[in-house]
Ligand binder design. Structure first.
Ligand code: K2U
Ligand code: ZN
Length: 165
């Protein structure tokens, strides 16, 4: 089922999510719905808080909605950042009509749990590393606009206040 995606400045996007304690049928259904929603919205990642569930669950597929060749469903993901910081131009399915550049680590090591309850560990760089950092920020209640300059943020907030999007 395609789920509605919360839009900034919805306060629920600022909540710190909580770890998944048990992989229940409801968690499996939510993960499947998040995957469907991500592809339907041409995204390459989606975090549970964006669909109103403040738990540590993200889905990513940097091969994109056309190919759907690299789907990763990550429960309780933890990132270890490494490598230099690189400039990243980002948008967000929860931040309408806005893109900005910020800095992200070029490489990450990700540890998580699969839907089957198995440990997952992999290294990532480039767009997968950026996407993982973007999604894990959502679990902390952070959006990419929290990393940009105050001036850029003020300009976006002013546009939202005036036009609602
Ligand atoms: O969390 C989200 O809002 C999903 C983002 C993830 C993302 C944003 C910026 C950079 C990497 C990942 C959406 O996928 S935004 C749409 C998009 C699509 C392709 C490439 C970059 C961004
Ligand atoms: Zn986002």
């Amino acid at each position: 089922m395609i789920l509605p995606i919360l839009q900034y400045p919805d306060a629920r996007l600022k909540r710190k999510a909580v770890p998944v304690e048990a992989i229940t049928p409801e968690i499996r259904t939510l993960a499947a719905d998040m995957v469907e929603t991500m592809y339907a919205r041409d995204g390459i990642g989606l975090a549970a808080p964006q669909v109103g569930e403040s738990i540590h669950l993200i889905v990513v597929d940097v091969s994109g909605p056309e190919k759907r060749e690299d789907l990763r469903i990550l429960i309780n993901p933890v990132l270890e950042l490494s490598g230099p910081e690189v400039e990243s131009e980002e948008g967000c399915l929860s931040v309408n009509d806005f893109r900005s550049t910020l800095y992200r680590s070029l490489r990450v090591r990700c540890r998580a749990t699969s839907l089957e309850g198995e440990p997952i560990e992999f290294d990532a760089d480039e767009i997968l590393a950026i996407c993982l950092q973007h999604e894990c920020d959502h679990l902390e209640g952070k959006l990419f606009i929290d990393h940009i300059s105050t001036l850029k943020r003020m300009m976006y907030d002013k546009r939202i206040a005036k036009h609602g999007k």
